[in-house]
Design a protein around this ligand. Structure first.
Ligand code: PEP
Ligand code: MG
Length: 611
């Protein structure tokens, strides 16, 4: 049980409309908070913080709008070019000052710089100015707003998030045109919990990070720049709160619970005391976790496993090392296929190289693209599939688009010279698919050789085990694989026939279902019989309650969201492998999920109590 969750019992559940408690206006009418409100969002960065709210409301400057004459067009354009140049110089400075410190910062400032100097952006501004004859501030605002609205409307989450970058850049240029100097979060002189509607990436990069103790934001998701950055800075954060800036007033005392994804406003004294206890315990644990960073993930009786990070975007690589990842067990490459033009070989090569270089000598496992299914990408998929989860996705899509597949493979091969690269194929259902994928890999290698592009001779190639058919033929697949990586998110979905995105049936997606446990055992045994390692990169690998069980089943490598690493490593270092093996045997003998869950909880209580 996580310490922060102990606070939950203060949230007393009452029936809607109960008369004796006066409820404050809240989205959560079925909870009574005698004097406090609770709002709920998405937990994107763990940790619990109690502190004072600072409302940082984007004081959108009044943008003047007036007509200009034909004669002044040149003059307005000159003002724009100067403002853009000034903004570019500012961004260059910020990028340089970030160099070597953080790749995220470098990357974001680099992207903003590209936009400020983008000829197409300049062309659009000029064309609009010459057709509308309005002042340049207004033109910049209008063009940027249209651009960001287009992005916001995109069905693609990654593109939606890029709208913040457009606003950031246009704000920088308009600020220069209007001669506005904004209050900067770099100037904070006291500890605060930052409450915002949205936060531009450059605000996060330049803010005084020792003073911002937590972040509560109306907007944002797990893949937003804001989420990635606060995670990499280790600032606890809850995003997607919708009403934080409406419900919270400046100076309010808040509890930001980055584990539960909640913010408590004006906690009563008992709740506060309870959370203070949690903060103290977390501090102690954080100290302990920090000291674990360089230590191996090894049990008390000497069983050593690898503990790696899952990455969705290259910007996350810096954070992975901060949490003590020994490598990248899953680098999802889908982001490259979501933005038009990004999947060109050079661009893919740059992205893979960024991560491989950032990880130094540590291994980076790049998964070939897994679009389709729940990761629909416009341009690839229409609405013509009745069952996308059983349809044209992952390796099936790659095999049917050889040029696209080989472009990706060549980019990965070339990046292999920068460090230690592994490749893995998603959603393999049988040996023919694996053999076809390996054949394309050989063709990609031949093409690289032909064009004089070098690559490493030591690239391991793995198979993702995500389909029951792959489990049942794991002995056959192992013959042609250097490693297995179990994708439990899909394996559970396909084993139990539970759509992983459907909330109505999600309760059935039980990692400890007897079928799932037997599949895991069968896969790990098949790998070991053939002398190859068994890794896991599904969410199960990062769940601390399941760590002893997975150890006991013989898992060799755990790959998870980077912030989950310290806790899992802490557990690994505190248990005996022999005890875990017994636990795994008992879990495998359970006939129902409830029984297995109780077994694991009881075991954790008995074996992990002092931690
Ligand atoms: C999985 O299925 O467990 C996995 C890691 O892949 P994804 O979540 O990207 O489908
Ligand atoms: Mg998967």
């Amino acid at each position: 049980m996580l310490p922060v969750r102990e606070g939950r019992y203060w949230l007393k559940r009452i029936r809607k409309g109960a008369g004796h408690v006066s409820l404050k206006k809240s989205r959560f009418y079925d909870y009574a908070y005698y004097s406090m409100k609770i709002i709920s969002g998405i937990s994107v960065s763990p940790g619990v913080v109690i502190g004072k709210a600072l409302l940082f409301l984007e004081d959108q400057p009044e943008i003047p709008r007036y007509s200009i004459t034909r004669d002044t067009v040149e003059q307005e354009l000159k003002r724009f070019v100067e403002a853009a140049q000034g903004a570019a110089a500012e961004l260059r400075l910020l990028k340089e000052s970030a160099q070597g410190i953080s790749r995220e910062q470098e990357g974001i400032f680099g992207a903003h710089l590209l936009m400020v100097e983008d000829p197409d952006f300049h062309y659009q501004i000029k064309a609009r100015l010459e057709s509308k004859y309005e002042n340049i501030e207004w033109i910049v605002w209008e063009v940027s707003r249209e651009l960001s609205q287009k992005l916001v409307m995109s069905p693609n989450a990654y593109l939606r998030e890029r709208a913040a970058d457009v606003s950031d850049v246009s704000r920088r240029i308009i600020g220069r045109l209007l001669g506005i100097k904004r209050f900067s979060l770099a100037e904070l002189s006291e500890d605060v919990i930052l409450v915002v509607h949205s936060l531009l990436p450059s605000d996060i990069l330049t803010m005084n990070k020792t003073r911002v103790k937590a972040l509560a934001m109306d907007t944002g998701s797990r893949t937003s720049h804001a989420a990635i950055l606060v995670r990499s800075f280790g600032i606890p954060a809850v995003l997607g709160l919708s009403a934080a800036t409406r419900e919270i007033s400046a100076g309010d005392i808040l509890v930001v619970d980055g584990e539960e994804g909640t913010v408590i406003i004006d906690p009563d004294s008992e709740t506060k005391k309870n959370y203070e206890g949690a903060v103290e315990r977390n501090k102690k644990t954080a100290g302990k976790f920090n000291s674990l960073k360089k230590l191996p993930a090894e049990t008390l009786d000497g069983r050593r496993v690898a503990i790696n990070a899952n990455l969705d975007m290259p910007e996350e690589a810096g954070g992975a090392s901060l949490y003590g990842a020994e490598g990248v067990g899953l680098f999802r490459s889908e982001f490259l296929f979501m933005t038009p033009g990004q999947s060109a070989e050079e661009n893919q090569f740059r992205s893979y190289s960024t991560v491989v270089k950032a990880m130094g000598k540590k291994p980076v496992t790049i998964r070939t693209v897994d679009i389709g299914g729940d990761k629909i990408v416009p341009g690839f998929h229409g609405s013509d599939e009745a069952n996308p989860l059983l349809g044209w996705r992952a390796i099936r899509l790659s095999l049917s688009l050889p040029e696209m597949f080989k472009t990706q493979l060549r980019a990965i091969l070339r990046a292999s010279l920068e460090g230690k690269v592994k490749i893995m194929f998603p959603l393999i259902s049988g040996i023919e698919e694996l053999e076809d994928a390996l054949r394309f890999l050989e063709e990609a290698k031949a093409e690289c050789r032909k064009s004089g592009q070098d690559f490493s001779d030591h690239i391991e190639v793995g198979t993702m085990i995500e389909i029951p058919a792959a489990v049942m033929t794991a002995d056959i697949l192992a013959e042609k694989s250097d490693f297995f990586s179990i994708g439990t998110n899909d394996l559970i979905q396909y084993s139990l026939a539970v759509d992983r995105g459907n909330e109505k049936v999600n309760y059935l997606a039980q990692p400890v279902h007897p079928a799932v446990l037997r599949f895991l055992k069968r896969t790990i045994d098949a790998a070991h019989n053939r002398g190859i390692p068994a890794a896991m990169c599904g969410e199960m690998a990062g769940d601390p309650l399941l760590t002893p069980l997975l150890l006991g089943l013989g898992l060799d490598e755990f790959s998870m969201a980077a912030p989950a690493i310290p806790r899992v490593k802490h557990i690994i270092r505190g248990v005996r492998f022999s005890d875990c093996q017994k636990l795994a045997e008992e879990a495998l003998a359970c006939t129902a999920c409830k029984q297995a869950n109780e077994l694991l909880r009881g075991w954790a209580k008995d074996h992990l109590k002092e931690r």
